[in-house]
Design a protein around this ligand. Structure first.
Ligand SMILES: [Zn+2]
Length: 333
């Protein structure tokens, strides 16, 4: 028998009672009569945490407070009661390790799925002026460091622009776009889509292509990035990951790094590339052009960049797995 204080839930005054285990039930006895009788599985026993008394919540109201924790433990044991998960877990190294593994898994899942979902939710709400401004700032940064004015004759630029403008997009309306020409001696043959609709095409890429349809295929791919707003979404992913890392490490200043650097630092994911490739293939077919032109352009770009490490945001560093992508394009032929 174990001594306890019983609160019946109506009066605030406790009554001294004795707890006992009889015929498969927990008995409350005040010394004269049995006050209550409950099967143990109906009693809610609080976890053993710290030094305080243990509480037994009785069905239908009423609480017993027990100071004699050892006595209660043996009484519970006699009744076949097992400690709750938390109390046992605190004593279990294995459970602690499992909890850490689960935490890491949750963080990884957050990175894998949570970040893109959060980025997409934010992307849908970013005002267009802000998107356009981040694209402009990125272009300024590129112009200051890697890009030079194009040396292509104006007529050639205009011909490429109108050739591309004449292509019909695969689904409905074309996303807003503007084609910009730049020389990029350090970067080489390249094209990229900036948030807000700008597509930058380098003179080197124009020179590398042996057929304008290869250039059209690359532009269609970049238009795919614009269609899906990949630049903004991937920049936001970078910012969210950066903010999460900053929150974890506790340094605020790095969280304030601009959208522009995030655009440059963020690499398009494989999924984004696949989406843009598919968009380009559909757009080419929609205009009675073979999607082979994109595969040819990708192959030529890979050969042109083979062995070069330039440390700049190149089409190849942001567009990995060329062989895989060329393979995937075959389904569109
Ligand atoms: Zn791409």
């Amino acid at each position: 028998m174990v001594e306890a204080r019983y609160f019946d839930g109506r009066s605030s005054r406790p009554r001294a009672v004795l707890l006992d285990w009889q015929d498969g039930a927990l008995m409350l006895n005040d010394g004269e009569e049995t006050l209550r009788r409950h099967p143990l599985q109906e009693v809610d026993v609080t976890e053993q945490l710290g030094d305080g008394p243990r509480l037994l919540r009785l069905p239908g109201g009423g609480v017993c407070e027990v100071d004699d924790r050892e006595g209660l433990a043996s009484l519970l044991q006699a009744g076949g009661y097992r400690d709750g998960l938390v109390a046992r877990g605190q004593r279990s190294l294995l459970l602690a390790v499992l909890a850490i593994v689960a935490l890491i898994a949750i963080a990884a899942a957050g990175y894998q799925w949570g970040v893109p979902i959060a980025a997409d939710l934010v992307a849908a709400r970013v005002p267009e002026e802000l998107v356009a401004r981040s694209g402009e700032e990125t272009l300024e940064l590129l112009d200051d460091h890697w890009l030079r004015p194009s040396r292509l004759p104006g007529a050639r630029r205009e011909a490429l622009r109108s050739q591309f403008a004449a292509l019909r997009p695969p689904d409905g309306e074309a996303p807003h776009w503007r084609l910009l020409f730049r020389a990029a001696p350090q970067v080489g043959a390249n094209a990229f889509a900036l948030p807000g609709g700008d597509i930058v095409l380098t003179d080197e890429l124009v020179a590398l292509a042996r057929d304008d349809r290869e250039i059209m295929a690359v532009l269609a791919h970049e238009l795919g990035h614009q269609h899906y707003r990949h630049g903004l979404r991937s920049a936001l992913q970078g910012i969210i990951v950066g903010a999460a890392v900053t929150a974890w490490l506790g340094d605020v200043s790095t969280a304030l790094a601009g959208l522009s650097s995030a655009v440059l630092g963020a690499r398009y994911s494989r999924e984004f590339e696949r989406e843009a490739d598919t968009y380009a293939a559909r757009m080419l077919q929609h205009n009675n052009l073979s999607s082979e032109w994109l595969a040819t352009a990708l192959q030529r770009l890979e050969q042109a960049h083979a062995g070069k490490v330039d440390g700049t945001p190149s089409l190849l560093s942001t567009h990995p797995h060329t062989a895989e992508r060329i393979e995937a394009l075959k389904v569109h032929r």
